[in-house]
Design a protein around this ligand. Structure first.
Ligand code: GDP
Ligand code: MG
Length: 175
């Protein structure tokens, strides 16, 4: 087997409380923490094997209050994958996605890189404020893939990372 490793950097953005940290912790170690410090900006690593390829993920979980953070700015410039998150239970959080997308664009032209729009908290469907159609529409506008997830049940959490890595592998073949 090929022992080369593909290194990818992932940035996660979205309004406070939409579940960014929960998504990352669920992916990293299968846990769901009911409360995670909302001010923590953190960095995670995970290795996976996908279709015989070794993938080494570095993930930055942003806290939304880093307007002038050079760390985030530099991180954005080095990233290959962009994850934008809203909560299906909060209409405003979908609007805020546009703000985060613009912010990424300010530092880096992410047009050709894999991007995914996540409608999180799909388990709270009785409190749904954002329809699947609205999510898909914005994803199309921003040229993102679209997935609804639940960090609580784990639904589609791995797919966020697996699907974007497949897009990244395709992108790398074209350069
Ligand atoms: P962040 O500010 O975007 O990092 O959001 P957190 O990951 O800290 O989550 C905010 C709150 O939403 C916490 O109380 C989480 O337990 C809860 N939460 C996150 N994801 C889900 C989910 O998929 N379903 C449910 N029911 N709650 C979630
Ligand atoms: Mg957080």
């Amino acid at each position: 087997m090929d022992d080369k490793e593909l290194k990818v950097k992932v940035c996660i953005f979205g309004a406070g409380g939409v579940g960014k940290s929960s998504i990352v912790t669920k992916f990293i170690d299968e846990r769901f923490l009911p409360e995670y410090d909302p001010t923590i900006e953190d960095f995670f690593r995970k290795r996976i094997t996908l279709n015989d390829e070794q993938i080494n993920f570095s993930i930055i979980d942003t806290a939304g209050n880093e307007e002038y953070s050079l760390i985030i700015e530099n991180w954005i410039k080095e990233s290959n994958i962009f994850v934008l998150v809203y909560s299906i239970t909060r209409k405003l959080s979908l609007k805020e996605v546009q703000f985060f997308h613009d912010k990424i664009q300010r530092f880096f032209d992410c047009e050709n890189y894999p991007k995914v729009l996540i409608g999180n908290k799909s388990d709270l469907f009785t409190k749904r404020e954002v329809s699947i159609e609205k999510g898909k529409k914005l994803a199309k506008e921003l040229n993102c893939k679209f997935i609804e997830t639940s960090a609580k049940t784990g639904e589609n959490i791995n797919q966020i990372f697996y699907e974007t890595i497949l897009l990244e592998i395709e992108r790398l073949k074209t350069i």
